[in-house]
Structures are given as structure tokens and as C-alpha cells.
Design a protein around this ligand. Structure first.
Ligand SMILES: CC(=O)SCCNC(=O)CCNC(=O)[C@H](O)C(C)(C)COP(=O)(O)OP(=O)(O)OC[C@H]1O[C@@H](n2cnc3c(N)ncnc32)[C@H](O)[C@@H]1OP(=O)(O)O
Ligand SMILES: CC(C)C(=O)C(=O)O
Length: 518
């Protein structure tokens, strides 16, 4: 199997993302992580661009031992000398020189003729080779350069001693077929092409950076360039973690080895995101928070039966936490049952079905259902006596200048009758409790009332505890809902059910009820 080496430019092209500015310490930290990932060439910066970047390149060059560390340089002696000043003490120094070759760049930016471009390219590579053991030459905007002129540039820099020839699609303009064809064209026509490694460097302006990079690999390039998380100038560069995982997952197709430590991908991505402040979108391939998360019930069922149904890679491969089955609006019973089991609850099918109904109600009101929410639903049913009454609806009329009125509808489970009552109160909660007293005929004394939030945010679950006394018996009730008034009604009915259950279990309690009622 042939190998392709990875050239990472997160610290140079990645840093060109608007708003990103890495300190020397941050560059060293990221570079050492790139080294752990097994990146072959690390572009640490552009030494001539500032004294600060020169210092950062110098420090990266000294810190990294196993990867080649390069600086970018324009095709001018001053830039090449600055790069050498930065990297002369590096373990494995290299230089990356570029000069634009396309007609647009020649005419408008450089104001140079073809001949001048050829001469400057050759001269700069010759000078660079006096300092650096490894020199890469890039034909900036190579993707929009006349193919036969690219061949001339290639021959001149190869003659001058370039080790790597990079043909960038600087503005992300080409299609995969067109980009691959450039490398096939060069290989077939350039004298001495076998003396250099061919390299691909793609931008994502049309969202094709990774596809173009893979097309270049199919066309035989030996090196690919890009950044972690695809950050970079404008729409960014090819995301190296995506290229690496495409090669690993579709090894049957590409038949290419990279030697990368794939397990380091997730950590590297997190580090780059944190240090650059460039957040990774949830749906980003390979490293997005949802890349290994499943919410739809049918997918979750498939995943539980066999993960190959919906996952083509394993999260462990990139050092990511295990696959997540996210419980939400689209989830089904299989995933719900699995979650309860995972949380250590042993429940009967009937209990699970009852809880599932409550869970689905919750997902209509709450964006994300967290473990604490599910625990609350289960615990609401803990040590549940027979349900005598269940809450159907609660309605309130409230105004700061009027008396709050509540009407409640409950199901009398034993007689399968729906009962309705209304009552006024000192406040909304008081009105609800009085309406429940009326509808159930269970007059009790409220001893305590507490509200707690289960999770955070506007749609957090509210948990209400009530303590009721009837005669000499005190019971607690608990209710959960995204609405604290509904949670209060649920808690009160829970407590009433317990009162009925305990009274029926204890004949002396019957008497107490009679006393309270009178
Ligand atoms: C495709 C890429 O990503 S290329 C890398 C782009 N990265 C950067 O530009 C980041 C770092 N750059 C910088 O800090 C600054 O641009 C510097 C220090 C390099 C140069 O700054 P300045 O001297 O003020 O020049 P400025 O950036 O305004 O213009 C660039 C000059 O370099 C010339 N130039 C551009 N590319 C090259 C090249 N590869 N080789 C030689 N000269 C070049 C331009 O024609 C222009 O020359 P002019 O001044 O004669 O018109
Ligand atoms: C310097 C070169 C390789 C570059 O970044 C580009 O052309 O995009």
C-alpha cells in the first residue's frame, strides 16, 4: 500500500482565519499535539510576517522533534533569510516558498511576466536550498494557471532543487475531476517530475476542499495539506481529520496508508477549537458534537441492534467518547428502555410504557431531555401506590387585580370517570390545591411546599414537593413538569393518592378522615 504524508498548516493558513491570533505558547502546544497525531510536516507560521511570528516559528522548531517544521516565505531573499533565522536551530527544518503563477495574479497582483515568474521561482528555490535541507515550492493559484505554464514552472523549480511541488487550488475553484487532472497532466509531461513529491493544497470556497484533496490522492499525490477542523482563510482549508478518516474508512477504495495516530483526532480538534476560538459546528463531519449522536427512534433502534446500521466509523477510532443515543422528540421505546437500563433502573414493561408517555409529553415541551429529567420522571413513580386519581388538565385564570381561579380535571381511575371542579384561592397554587380537594373530596392540610429546578435553562423541569396531613398521618407528594403549576398539581395529586392508599391500608385512618372532613 502506498503512503501519503500529511502537511498541517493550522498554525499558518489556519491562523489566517479572520480574528484568530495564536501566541507562541499556543502554537507550541498545538504543534506538540500535531506531532502526537503523527503529522509529518507542521507549518508553524510565516517568519517574515512579524517578529512575534518569527519567535513562534523558532519555538515550534525547537520543541518538535519528530515532524518537519516549516515556515512560509515569499519568493524573496528577505523572507527566506527570516525563515532560516527562525529555523536554523530546529531539529527538522524546512521551507515553504510560494509564488503566484496564474494569469490573474501575474497581471493584477505581481505585475510580472511569465519569464519573470520563472526566474524568480528558480532563484528563490536555489537560494533556499543553500539554507534548508527540505524545500517545498507552491504555485499560488496553480488551479487557475495555464497547464503548460505550470509545467514550465515545475521544471524550473525541480532543476533548482525543490523537494516538494505543491499545486494549490488557492481560491477553491476547481472540481475534483479538474484538480486530479492537473496532477496527471504534470506527471505525464514534466521532465524530472519523479524527483519531487507532489502535494495538494485545497480551499473550501465551494465546499469541495476535502473532495478535491481526495481526488488529488487518487491522481497519485504523495502529500496533502490542510488544517484541523478545516479552519483557514475565507471558507477555510481541507479539514485534515476528514481526509484522514476518509482514507481510513474507505481504505478498500483508496488503498493508502497515512501512519497517523487517529485516536488523537478528537483531542486535537478540541484543542484547536479552544485556542483559536473557532467553534466546531455540531454537524461537522468526524469531529462535530453530533457526528456520533443519534436521536431518531428508528436509528437508535438500529444502533442498539447493530451499530453498523447507522455508523460507518467508530467514535473510539478518533478518541471520541462512545456513541450517544440522544433522547428527544424523535426517540422511540427501544432507546428509552436502554437509557433507563443504563441509568440502573429495573422497571416492568408496564412501568416503562407509562413513563414513555410522560417522556414524550416532556419532549414536546423541552428541547433536550437530560438524564436528570429522566431520573425525575422515574422517581415521580417510585414507591407508587395504586393511582386513584390522575391529573388530566389544569387551567388557571390569573390577574394581579383578580382572585386566581383554577379548574382541574382528573380521572378517577377506579371508576374510569372524569371529574371536574373549580376553586378560587389566595394564589394560583392555592386555587389548584383547593380545586383538587374538591374534586377528590380529600380535605387535607398543606404542611410544606417546595419547588426545585431539575436542570438549567428556561425549559428546565421544575420539581415540586408537598407535604399533606390528614388526621395524624403525613404524606409527601412529588410532581415534575416544565411548568411549576402543573408540577404542583401533580405533586398534590400524588400526595392525595398516598393518603387514600394509606387510609385504606389502615382502618384507624378512616376515622381520622371523618374527623377532618367534619
Ligand atoms: C495564499 C496565501 O495564503 S499566501 C500567504 C498569505 N499570508 C499572509 O499574507 C500573512 C502574512 N503577511 C504579512 O504579514 C504581510 O503581508 C507581509 C509582511 C508578508 C508583507 O507586508 P508588506 O510588505 O506590507 O506587503 P503587502 O502585504 O501589502 O503586499 C504584498 C507584497 O508582496 C508581493 N508578493 C506577494 N506574493 C509574493 C511572493 N510569493 N513572492 C514575492 N512577492 C510577493 C506583492 O506583490 C506585494 O508587493 P508590492 O509591495 O511590491 O506590491
Ligand atoms: C501559500 C499557498 C500554498 C497557499 O496557502 C495557497 O495557495 O492557498
Amino acid at each position: 500500500m502506498r503512503t501519503v504524508q500529511f502537511f498541517d498548516t493550522t498554525l499558518r493558513d489556519g491562523e489566517q482565519s479572520p480574528g484568530v491570533n495564536l501566541s507562541a505558547e499556543e502554537k507550541v502546544t498545538i504543534a506538540l499535539q500535531l506531532e502526537r497525531l503523527g503529522i509529518h510536516v507542521i507549518e508553524a507560521g510565516f517568519a517574515a510576517s512579524s517578529q512575534g511570528d518569527l519567535e513562534a516559528v523558532r519555538r515550534v522548531g525547537k520543541a518538535v522533534k519528530n515532524s518537519t517544521v516549516v515556515s512560509l516565505a515569499r519568493s524573496v531573499p528577505g523572507d527566506i533569510e527570516k525563515a532560516w533565522e527562525a529555523l536554523k536551530e530546529a531539529e527538522n527544518p524546512g521551507l515553504h516558498i510560494f509564488l503566484a503563477t496564474s494569469p490573474i495574479h501575474r497581471k493584477y497582483k505581481l505585475n510580472m511576466t511569465r519569464e519573470e515568474v520563472l526566474e524568480q521561482a528558480e532563484a528563490s528555490v536555489r537560494l533556499a536550498k543553500k539554507y534548508f535541507p527540505k524545500v517545498e515550492f507552491s504555485t499560488e493559484d496553480g488551479g487557475r494557471t495555464e497547464k503548460e505554464f505550470l509545467c514550465q514552472v515545475a521544471e524550473r523549480v525541480i532543476d533548482a532543487g525543490a523537494d516538494v511541488l505543491n499545486i494549490p487550488d488557492t481560491v477553491g475553484y476547481l472540481t475534483p475531476q479538474e484538480y486530479g487532472d492537473i496532477f496527471r497532466y504534470l506527471r505525464a509531461r514534466v521532465r524530472g517530475i519523479e524527483k519531487v513529491k507532489l502535494s495538494a493544497h485545497c480551499h473550501d470556497d465551494l465546499g469541495m476542499a476535502v473532495a478535491n484533496t481526495l481526488a488529488a490522492i487518487e491522481a497519485g499525490v504523495e502529500q496533502v495539506e490542510g488544517t484541523i477542523n478545516g479552519i483557514g482563510e475565507r471558507a477555510g482549508n481541507a479539514a485534515l481529520e476528514e481526509v484522514a478518516m476518509a482514507l481510513a474508512t474507505r481504505e478498500d477504495h483508496y488503498r493508502v496508508a497515512t501512519g497517523l495516530q487517529l485516536k488523537e483526532i478528537a483531542k486535537t480538534s478540541r484543542m484547536v477549537s479552544k485556542m483559536t476560538g473557532m467553534l466546531v459546528p455540531g454537524n461537522k463531519a468526524v469531529v462535530g458534537a453530533n457526528a456520533f449522536a443519534h436521536e431518531a427512534g428508528i436509528h437508535q433502534d438500529g444502533m442498539l441492534k447493530n451499530s453498523s446500521t447507522y455508523e460507518i466509523m467508530r467514535p473510539e477510532t478518533i478518541g471520541q467518547d462512545a456513541t450517544r443515543l440522544v433522547l428527544g422528540k424523535h426517540s422511540g421505546r427501544h432507546a428509552f428502555r436502554d437509557k433507563l437500563k443504563g441509568m440502573g433502573y429495573e422497571l416492568t414493561d408496564q412501568q416503562i410504557n407509562q413513563l414513555f408517555v410522560r417522556f414524550k409529553e416532556l419532549t414536546d415541551r423541552k428541547k433536550t431531555v437530560e438524564d436528570e429529567d429522566i431520573a425525575s420522571l422515574v422517581e415521580e413513580k417510585w414507591a407508587e401506590e395504586e393511582e386513584v386519581y390522575t391529573l388530566e388538565t389544569v387551567q388557571l385564570s390569573y390577574g394581579n387585580q383578580s382572585v386566581p381561579t383554577a379548574s382541574v380535571r382528573v380521572l378517577d381511575v377506579r371508576h374510569q370517570r372524569v371529574l371536574e371542579e373549580a376553586a378560587c384561592g389566595n394564589g394560583s397554587v392555592d386555587a389548584i390545591f383547593k380545586a383538587i380537594d374538591r374534586v377528590t373530596g380529600e380535605a387535607s392540610h398543606l404542611e410544606d411546599f417546595k419547588i426545585a429546578s431539575v436542570t438549567h435553562g428556561k425549559d428546565a423541569l421544575g420539581e415540586v414537593y408537598v407535604k399533606l396531613r390528614q388526621g395524624d398521618r403525613t404524606v409527601q407528594g412529588r410532581g415534575v413538569s416544565t411548568d411549576v403549576l402543573e408540577a404542583s398539581a401533580r405533586a398534590y395529586i400524588h400526595a392525595v393518592n398516598r393518603i387514600v392508599a394509606r387510609r385504606e391500608a389502615d382502618p384507624t385512618a378512616q376515622k381520622a378522615r371523618a374527623v377532618v372532613s367534619s
